[in-house]
Design a protein around this ligand. Structure first.
Ligand SMILES: [Zn+2]
Length: 233
């Protein structure tokens, strides 16, 4: 039985499990999922805007998603977003959107007032063999090696742009259910690599543009190195 048919049958009878994703056909398009974290009832963290005014994380992540989407679209990359407005979305719905997209990269966008530079997070799930179907909450386990590779590429692009970057592993519900190379990108206030000076504002538009450009450059690099045969680990 072909994967897709098997998938349809299993998805119909076992809604509690996520199916391992079929590889895309050779030459299929390169798709990036942008997940603007938080939204609606979930405001996320309180941030400081460029003029010291308060800004909510949910608004910041949506603005970053919109900015990144246009940068990627201008480079011929197909983008699927989890939200385009201030709506409440739970982690499961976000993962459903991402998994349905058959993406080669899934980025969950966050912002924080603590720390500096850009924090990249990969799922803390241990790598697992691809199974016919896998428990929804640990679906990312099979993808962690690819997610680590994606984070490495984003790290290079951000560092190349002069931004400070840290990489960590953590349990993130929306990413742990994703069946794609997935990285959470958390933007913290600016601080040049190696600098001990005061941090610049997170809402500074030049800083936002620099972060978005660097992420786009990293994804272009990722596209160049992702085999056409697909994104399966
Ligand atoms: Zn967040």
């Amino acid at each position: 039985m072909r994967w897709s048919r098997l998938g349809a049958v299993l998805a119909a009878v076992i809604p509690a499990v996520a199916l391992a994703q079929s590889p895309p056909a050779p030459g299929s398009r390169f798709v990036v999922v942008l997940d603007a974290a938080h939204g609606g009832d979930d405001a996320g963290a309180k941030l400081l805007g460029p003029d010291g005014s308060a800004e909510l994380e949910k608004d910041y992540t949506l603005a970053l998603s919109v900015r990144l989407r246009s940068l990627l679209a201008a480079r011929g990359i197909s983008v699927v977003t989890t939200r385009e407005s201030d709506v409440t979305l739970d982690a499961q719905r976000r993962a459903e959107i991402a998994n349905h997209a058959g993406a080669q990269a899934c980025l969950s966008l966050h912002a924080a007032m603590s720390g500096s530079g850009v924090h990249l997070f990969i799922s803390s799930l241990s790598p697992a063999q691809h199974a016919t179907f896998v428990p929804w909450k640990t679906a990312q386990a099979a993808w962690t090696p690819r997610s680590i590779a994606l984070a490495g590429m984003l790290n290079s692009a951000l560092a190349h742009s002069g931004l400070k970057v840290t990489i960590g592993r953590t349990a993130l519900t929306m990413i742990d259910s994703m069946t794609c190379p997935a990285v959470a990108v958390e933007v913290a206030p600016e601080q040049a690599a190696g600098s001990s000076g005061p941090s610049g504002g997170i809402g500074d538009s030049a800083y936002q543009a620099q972060v978005a450009e660097a992420i786009a450059a990293g994804l272009l690099e990722w596209r160049a190195t992702t085999p056409a045969e697909g994104q399966n680990p």
